[in-house]
Design a protein around this ligand. Structure first.
Ligand code: G16
Length: 556
């Protein structure tokens, strides 16, 4: 870094000092805090994104969002050149940058890191480009300005404001740009609506006859996803969707609405009532990277039957397996495509048993799409989902090429055969489902297309297997980082003795399972419990929450 660049950075960073007394940490998917604490972090993540762009010689994305968190929070997610999350080996640098106490220290840190990573900053040659977007949070505009200033303090770096988008839209655009493809919002809508249409056109006649196409109601979390879905639906004729998203009419983002609320509380979101009994409903989260389905049963007050990420994973796996079976018919090429699934400890035990029963390889990782994505990428077709509705299906380049080659290789007499249709269906799925990151909008269209293909209602889908009753709780503690976990978060190795206490509780319940972990997005410890009956899952979660409080709570 030359003297001119150094003095620009020193001057600019003087206006962005970190909030005193706050330790910022790069969590499950980036920084997340009360929005009032984040200006310096956004400025510094702007610098980091510019350096990442220089290092990778690619376009980088920076999304200003706190996803499922309350409206007063905000945060940042960074998209790497592939469209996936920022490479994990840059996370410690992100942490040091965010917490650097003053401009001199910050510039020294940058200098050292750039030397280590061999990042050169030559005036006139800088080709860093960062696509920026934000969700609908009121603090977004102010934080965008801070981010822009950070990017601009790296001489020659370009910031492109893409406006208000869902997180997966931005990740999709970054991937498309780096692949040299068209990457506007319209291109995104066009790609997913046309591939959805292709899947519908490929429904076998028998299936099409039983096509229900009944109404779908969407809870848009009062955020960006509802608005974007409205634009998308306009491009798809005959899709009967009602979107409830009152953000612009006073409804508060994520407040008693949205995928996180519905999945954790298992109750109807605001704006839904008994008039919706039996109807297929779905909830997006605040930045539309999560999706869960649900329906309300008669006489259950505000309780819902949740059809979560695990059920979506199972539906997708079943459909893809069916298509592969058709493709391999009278073929000795079997086992050529390695299909695998990735879950976390939150996956309902019944879902894992079902996936294994289907003959699938199931891999478990810690919470965080960055871990699941990485594992799913190791398969030819990898499906990953967290129970909370984050997930997607990844097709390797070789698999897409193999499908394209097979499609071209069909002799004239077999054109339009079921085998060719199965190939075309998988190709359409690879275009419809976001290859960069889990995406509620594209996931929703894939669920809808598969339900139509199978001629299934949401009830039939839900019957794939019966969930074991479960309960999730949050516990406020003095310092959640005191918990250290192992074995994909299923065991707490610290504080010493806590796992033994949990084991003693779990042993009291038939089919009992329980784990604790510090959240990486909220200042809480999460407790997950499963048991044979709902009351038992509730009791187990409650007693383990008390153990957490005893070991780490404010009175311990
Ligand atoms: C983020 C991550 C998810 C994770 C979720 C909850 O989601 O991308 O992978 O499941 O946080 O994490 P935690 O339990 O650590 O709070 P989102 O939708 O909030 O960005």
């Amino acid at each position: 870094m030359n003297d001119k660049q150094r003095s620009i950075l020193l001057d600019a960073s003087a206006s962005f000092l970190p909030p005193p007394g706050t330790k910022l940490s790069y969590g499950t998917s980036g920084f997340r805090e009360d929005a009032s604490l984040l200006e310096s972090t956004m400025f510094r993540m702007g610098i980091l994104a510019a350096l990442r762009s220089l290092k990778t010689k690619s376009v980088i994305g920076l999304m200003i969002t706190a996803s499922h968190n309350k409206v007063s929070d905000n945060g940042v997610k960074i998209a790497d050149p592939s469209g996936g999350m920022l490479s994990q080996d840059w996370e410690p640098f992100a942490d040091s940058l965010a917490n650097s106490p003053d401009p001199q220290h910050l510039v020294q840190l940058l200098d050292e890191f750039m030397k280590k990573e061999n990042i050169l900053l030559n005036e006139g040659e800088c080709s860093a480009e960062i696509l920026l977007a934000r969700d609908t949070r009121p603090s977004g505009a102010r934080l965008l300005q801070a981010t822009m200033q950070g990017i601009k303090s790296v001489v020659g770096a370009i910031a492109v404001d893409m406006g208000i988008l869902t997180t997966p839209q931005l990740h999709w655009m970054v991937r498309a740009r780096n692949m040299g493809n068209k990457a506007s919002e319209l291109d995104y809508f066009h790609e997913i609506s046309t591939s959805f249409r292709s899947l519908i056109d490929l429904i076998p006649t028998e299936g099409a006859k039983s096509k229900t196409n009944d109404k779908l109601i969407i809870d848009g979390a009062n955020g960006v996803g509802g608005d974007k879905l409205e634009s998308l639906v306009k491009m798809i004729n005959g899709f009967d969707v009602e979107i409830r998203n009152t953000g612009k009419e006073g409804g508060v983002l994520n407040e008693e609405v949205g995928a996180d609320y519905v999945q954790k509380e298992k109750v109807t979101p605001q704006g839904f009532d008994m008039a919706d009994v039996g109807t297929r409903c779905a909830s997006l989260d605040g930045d539309a990277d999560r999706l869960v389905y649900f329906y309300i049963e008669p006489k259950t007050e505000n309780k819902i039957i949740l059809v979560d990420g695990d059920k979506m994973l199972s539906l997708f796996a079943l459909f893809i397996l069916d298509q592969l079976k058709i493709i391999y018919e009278d073929d000795d090429e079997e086992d050529q495509i390695r299909l695998g699934v990735v879950q976390t400890a939150y996956a309902n035990g019944a879902s894992t048993a079902y996936l294994k029963f289907l003959g699938l390889e199931v891999v478990l990782t810690p919470t965080g799409v960055k871990y699941l994505h990485e594992k799913a990428d190791e398969f030819d077709i990898g499906i990953y989902f967290e129970a909370n509705g984050h997930g997607t299906v990844l097709f390797s380049d070789a698999t897409v090429e193999w499908l394209e080659k097979r499609n071209r290789g069909f002799p004239v007499r077999s054109r339009g055969s079921e085998q060719q249709k199965a190939v075309l269906r998988l190709l359409a799925v690879s275009k419809l489902i976001n290859q960069a990151v889990g995406d509620a909008l594209s996931g929703l269209l894939l669920v809808e297309a598969i339900l139509l293909h199978m001629g299934w209602s949401i009830h039939r889908w839900n019957e794939l297997y019966q969930d074991l009753p479960s309960r999730q709780l949050k516990v406020k503690v003095v310092d959640r980082t005191a918990i250290v976990t192992a074995n994909a978060e299923t065991v707490a190795v610290e504080p010493s003795g806590i796992q033994d206490a949990i084991n003693t509780e779990v042993a009291k319940y038939p089919n009992g399972r329980c784990f604790i972990r510090p959240s990486g997005t909220e200042d809480v410890v999460r407790v997950y419990a499963e048991a044979s009956r709902q009351e038992e899952a509730d009791d187990l979660a409650k007693s383990v929450a008390q153990i957490v409080d005893r070991f780490l709570g404010f009175g311990h």
